[in-house]
Design a protein around this ligand. Structure first.
Ligand code: GLN
Length: 564
């Protein structure tokens, strides 16, 4: 068999002056590559550069939509409705940008493209191979996304660890891309682990030496080695690593444990990482002094807040904080704006249902109740009990997606006398299907089980709690649901006192429900997921309202919120 002729990409792309910062990882997964990537991006942005990011997920799934949040963390949803890895959430939050499906590359997506091209005959009878066809596809994807974003710098995070079979084609593509764009247009940061061993607490460098050797074996030389460690790297450790990894000492970066992920940019800044990246990329002329005062202030409020409230989060995959990462972050953002820590206590819907005394005590000790998103029947009756408790006891309440739907079910049953009311997701034969699949959605479902995904506009009723919180009467939020409020029941519920204060323009889709402020201090829910648009310095308005209401319930002084 004749080897296919290699067609380098040089020349095929009108090479713009896009610069690339590539982040790889070694030793272990879960080292916080996403936070390192986001933090570098934030520091570049603070110097006036525009930044975009690409996450490479070497798994075979086409997207994260079908992945179990318990195994893989939450499914993050973008404006365009794509379901992606939760790291894209970190990028959006740290960089305050909006991304789309092209910012997440998976093996599944790449192979799907390559196979489609092969079926179309685009390869003109050639043997289609990992090198060059798959690696070219990856390079093209990275460069095309870089160009489309018009960003000065594109961050590329390669998921997995060096040495994995799955990530090999991507690392090879990065090696080729380095040749294509040339030295000085790409910087490579390799993240690694520096464990501490023994009673004396010695920082061990061997795992990092090995992973850097693996990286070099595939033709990649790191410009920086970012070391995750419990405590700051000692001078000895740093010089040893510099010697063995063949990088300057000041390119060995200490990424030590800290109290908030939002502190990481400041830790990197102290070590001058961003300035060195800027130098390596020849961007010195285009940057200004870093503007980080606002961020420093934010970190102060996150790390040393003036007060604290407790929010009971009622959900399902509660063992794993990552399953609801964006909600955790949104509550953090809201707390930071009010100089108050919103401590989250996880409460299992199922445990409430089983009358577990600890679960009920946790719920009742909280200053606010948040019923989160979810799918399927398990634990829903417990969640409905939590809504009833919050409504009757006038405890600040917020419902997200399923939480919004269950608040409607509870109101229908308890206040409107619609006995047995339910969502048809939980009970197909319910006497009162207050939440159901609309006919148009049903058709979609028959075609393969997709959902209403992504950003949709929502009109808010003038003077409502929702409109006051948002400070606007038209807002856009992201969605991920299949069921919705049954329009046939809207009037019955409104007559019963529930207010539908947010609706989709021109369609009978209910987006926000609330109780009047003279009936309940804070009772609101959205069919959408406001957590995906929350930013550290611009918290989601419904979360801000919840934390504020929790503070008021505790009789705490509520400061004017600090927002961007
Ligand atoms: N299971 C509900 C639906 O599909 C809610 C989904 C969610 O909470 N994201 O409509």
């Amino acid at each position: 068999m004749q080897a296919p002729k290699y067609t380098p990409l040089v020349g095929r792309f009108p090479l713009t002056d896009t610069k690339y910062v590539v982040v790889t990882g070694g030793v272990l997964s879960g080292l916080g590559k996403g936070i390192t990537t986001s933090s570098i991006g934030r520091l570049l942005k603070a110097r006036g550069l525009s930044v975009s990011a690409i996450k490479i997920d070497p798994y075979l799934n086409v997207d994260a939509g079908t992945m179990n949040p318990f195994e893989h963390g939450e499914v993050y949803v973008l404006d365009d409705g794509s379901e992606v890895d939760l790291d894209l959430g970190n990028y959006e939050r740290f960089l305050d940008i909006h991304m789309d499906r092209y910012n997440n590359i998976t093996t599944g997506k790449v192979y799907r493209h390559v196979i489609a091209k092969e079926r179309r005959g685009d390869y003109l009878g050639k043997t289609v191979q990992i090198i060059p066809h798959v690696t070219n596809e990856i390079q093209e994807w990275i460069q095309a996304t870089g160009e489309r974003s018009k960003a000065d710098v594109v961050l590329v995070e390669v998921g997995g660890t060096v040495g994995d079979i799955e990530s090999a084609p991507f690392l090879e593509a990065v090696r080729q891309l380095h040749r294509t764009v040339g030295d000085g247009n790409m910087v490579l940061l390799h993240t690694s682990l520096v464990p501490v061993m023994g009673v004396v607490g010695e920082q061990k460098t061997k795992p990092t030496q090995h992973t850097v050797r693996d990286l070099k074996a595939i033709g990649l030389h790191p410009d920086f080695v970012v070391c995750r460690c419990e405590r700051p790297l000692e001078e000895d450790t740093r010089s040893k690593l510099a010697l063995f990894c063949d990088v300057p000492e000041d390119h060995v970066v200490s990424a030590h444990d800290c109290s908030s992920i939002y502190e990481v940019p400041l830790i990197l800044e102290e070590q001058g990482v961003a300035d060195k990246v800027v130098d390596r990329l020849g961007l010195g002329e285009r940057v200004h002094a870093p503007e980080l005062d606002g961020w420093r202030d934010l970190v102060r409020r996150l790390v040393r807040p003036q007060s604290e409230v407790t929010v009971a989060f009622v959900g399902k995959y509660t063992d794993l904080a990552d399953s609801y990462l964006s909600i955790n972050e949104a509550l953090r953002h809201a707390g930071a704006a009010l100089d108050c820590k919103a401590r989250i206590v996880f409460v299992e819907g199922e445990a409430l249902e089983a009358q577990d005394p600890k679960a009920w005590a946790d719920l009742k000790n909280a200053d606010a109740v948040l019923v989160g998103p979810g799918f399927g029947q398990r634990g829903t009756e417990g969640k409905i009990d939590a809504v009833r408790y919050a409504r009757e006891e006038r405890v600040p309440f917020m419902g997200i997606c399923l939480g919004f739907q269950l608040a409607i079910v509870e109101y229908a049953r308890s206040v409107c006398g619609l006995e047995g009311a339910n969502s048809t997701e939980m009970d197909t034969d319910t006497s009162h299907p207050v939440i159901c699949i609309l006919p148009e959605q049903y058709e979609i479902q028959e075609l393969g089980g997709t959902m209403r995904l992504g950003n949709f506009d929502c009109d808010l009723k003038d003077g409502s709690l929702a409109a006051d919180l948002y400070g606007a009467t038209r807002v856009g939020e992201r969605h991920r649901h299949r069921y919705e409020m049954n329009p046939d029941y809207v009037e019955r519920l409104e007559q019963g006192g529930l207010v539908f204060s947010g609706r989709m323009p021109d369609r009978p889709i209910m987006e926000v429900m609330e109780l009047p402020r003279d009936v309940h201090p804070y009772f609101i829910g959205g069919q959408f997921h406001p957590e995906f648009n929350s930013r550290p310095d611009a918290p989601g308005p419904l979360f801000l309202g919840l934390v504020r209401a929790a503070m008021e319930r505790r009789g705490l002084d509520v400061p004017v919120a600090v927002t961007a």
